[in-house]
Design a protein. Structure first.
Lengths: 111, 115
């Protein structure tokens, strides 16, 4: 099946710092989503971004499908950004309607 | 996006028992997905539940261990059978949007601890 690797696995930053999270995948995809899992376990969908660039407030994401990676940018970090960030992918070769989750990046924002 | 209610939110279970998790959605959806998240790990898809047909299980998951029901378009249950400590996980229900793109929304999860 498809492999989805995220980096870095852990990231600790001071409040106000910027960060870039990366998601690499091993096969063609037509569905890519970024999620934030807060410390209480709730998963929130941040972006649906199979290609191109999107922005939502302090967060933005870019997917370069031809090169099989996606980036999530977080600017001016706040403590509420802490948690685990997952990318998840789907594609024609392995089931478009279901998502395979990446390994995750645990982000800790220190006040 | 859909609103998903999961019950129970958490439970502590004894080895050898079974527990059924309920997932209720506030709108009709075609496909519902059940995921497992073991401690400190990523999410792994258990099965896809379609109304009116048998659930489709992923490699490594079998119906005898994780029977799923999907009686209508807004409800599903997942049973974790004959539990062992290795089944201690968060179990999450999710649905895809009805807008064409398969954007997933998740329930809050059911955190099971097996002693």
């Amino acid at each position: 099946g498809i492999q989805v690797e995220q980096s870095p696995p852990d990231l600790i930053l001071q409040e106000g710092a910027n960060s870039t999270l990366r998601c690499n995948f091993s096969d063609s995809v037509n569905n890519l989503q970024w999620f934030h899992q807060n410390p209480w376990g709730q998963l929130i969908n941040l972006f649906y971004i199979p290609s191109g660039t999107k922005q939502n407030g302090r967060l933005s994401a870019t997917t370069v499908a031809t090169e099989r990676y996606s980036l999530l940018y977080i600017s001016s970090s706040q403590t509420t950004d802490s948690g685990v960030y997952f990318c998840a992918v789907g594609g024609y070769n392995f089931g478009n309607e279901k998502l395979t989750f990446g390994t995750g990046t645990r982000l800790t924002i220190i006040p | 996006s859909a609103v998903i209610s999961q019950k129970p939110s958490r439970d502590i279970c004894q080895r050898g028992t079974s527990l059924t998790i309920q997932c209720q959605v506030d709108s009709q959806v075609t496909m519902m997905f059940w995921y497992r998240q073991q401690p400190g790990q990523s999410l792994t898809l258990i099965a896809t539940a379609n109304q009116g047909s048998e659930a489709t299980y992923e490699s490594g998951f079998v119906i005898d261990k994780f029977p799923i029901s999907r009686p209508n378009l807004t409800f599903s249950t997942l049973t974790v059978s004959n539990m062992s400590p290795e089944d201690s996980s968060i179990y999450l229900c999710s649905v895809a949007s009805s807008t064409g793109a398969n954007v997933l929304t998740f329930g809050a999860g059911s955190r099971l601890t097996v002693l």
